[in-house]
Design a protein around this ligand. Structure first.
Ligand SMILES: NC(=O)C1=CN([C@@H]2O[C@H](COP(=O)(O)OP(=O)(O)OC[C@H]3O[C@@H](n4cnc5c(N)ncnc54)[C@H](OP(=O)(O)O)[C@@H]3O)[C@@H](O)[C@H]2O)C=CC1
Ligand SMILES: O=C(O)C(=O)[C@@H](O)[C@H](O)C(=O)CO
Length: 277
């Protein structure tokens, strides 16, 4: 079994540097695949109301706890979806997520997208602050927030987000946003860390894969870790799930990190945050 090292968020809570993401994991397979990930050594799972599989995540987490894994070693993230923005609506959406997860508390609750045209992410975040003050969630944060959204949030709210979960991979390196996170004490968590698999055929990465006798996915995940990002790759087989966690026993050289730094081309695999509402 391999474990990802943990790092400390801005409120003192520990989070895994590498977790298992379950977007597009079918509801009927989710409990088994999360159990597979937990057996491989993952201790962190990223889900969302949108994904329709919170029940399976909760089932696997409860089973692991019943089998002896301390609940406090595990880390579960979920997110409020775009159609539930607003203070009361977000509180209700959180209750619904917790009913599906059937857990006593959540580790991290995020605003999934800022939805700037709705103009409601501040009251939405105030609901997260209420849940945090009530102890129902150990940390709160955001996802897909651009610098202007973070500045508006910080002007109006009290709790600095612990995390901004953003699309981030060698083709989309988000340097300006990462610098702002560093300044504000917000952890950067990479979604689609493998660009949804798109960059696994890149010839530059193939060379590093041969040098280290590691898969291209492992090279990319190692780049995330050495860059100081948290990452939540998704995979659908036990072999890939396990492979993606085995990135803590080798290192990329400075020259290899520089080569990957030069791969940035501002290319998204997902949506532009200012166009999602
Ligand atoms: N906050 C947000 O807005 C968003 C959050 N997310 C989160 O991020 C997670 C990861 O992002 P996701 O979009 O799934 O994309 P990823 O970058 O994690 O890529 C997943 C794809 O890569 C393939 N893959 C994974 N590991 C390997 C491997 N070792 N070798 C070859 N292929 C591999 C998977 O194939 P296969 O499944 O067939 O194994 C799948 O097709 C999501 O599951 C979700 O939790 C994602 C999007 C948006
Ligand atoms: O996977 C997620 O968390 C999403 O928010 C999805 O909307 C995804 O980003 C997407 O792009 C759907 O086309």
């Amino acid at each position: 079994m391999h474990f990802a090292p943990k790092v400390t968020l801005n409120n003192g809570v520990l989070i895994d540097t590498l977790g298992y993401g379950v977007y597009k994991v079918p509801a009927q397979d989710c409990a088994d695949l999360v159990a597979t990930a937990l057996d491989a050594g993952y201790r962190s799972v990223d889900t969302a109301a949108l994904y329709g599989n919170e029940e399976g995540v909760g089932q696997a987490v409860r089973a692991a706890v019943a089998a002896g894994t301390p609940r406090e070693d595990l880390f579960v993230t979920s997110k409020v979806w775009n159609d539930r923005h607003g203070y009361e609506s977000t509180l209700a959406a959180f209750d619904e997520s917790m009913e599906r997860l059937r857990l006593d508390y959540l580790d991290l609750f995020l605003i999934h997208w800022p939805c700037p045209d709705q103009g409601l992410f501040i009251p939405t975040y105030k609901a997260l602050e209420t849940l945090y003050a009530q102890g129902r969630v150990r940390a709160i944060g955001v996802s897909n927030f651009e610098p202007e959204h973070l500045h508006q949030l910080l002007d109006a709210c009290d709790v600095v987000p612990a995390v901004n979960q953003i699309e981030l991979h060698p083709w989309l390196q988000q340097r300006q946003l990462r610098a702002l996170h560093a300044e504000l004490g917000i952890a950067t968590q990479a979604w689609s860390p493998l660009a949804r698999g798109g960059l696994l055929d890149d010839p530059g990465l193939a060379l590093m894969s041969a040098t280290h006798e590691r898969s291209v996915a492992q090279i990319v995940l190692r780049w995330h870790i050495q860059s100081g990002h948290l990452a939540i790759p998704k995979a659908s087989s036990a072999a890939r799930i396990s492979e993606n966690l085995r990135v803590f026993d080798f290192a990329l050289s400075t020259a290899e990190m520089d080569t990957i730094a030069a791969m940035d081309r501002g290319q998204r695999a997902g949506s532009n945050p200012n166009q999602v509402n």
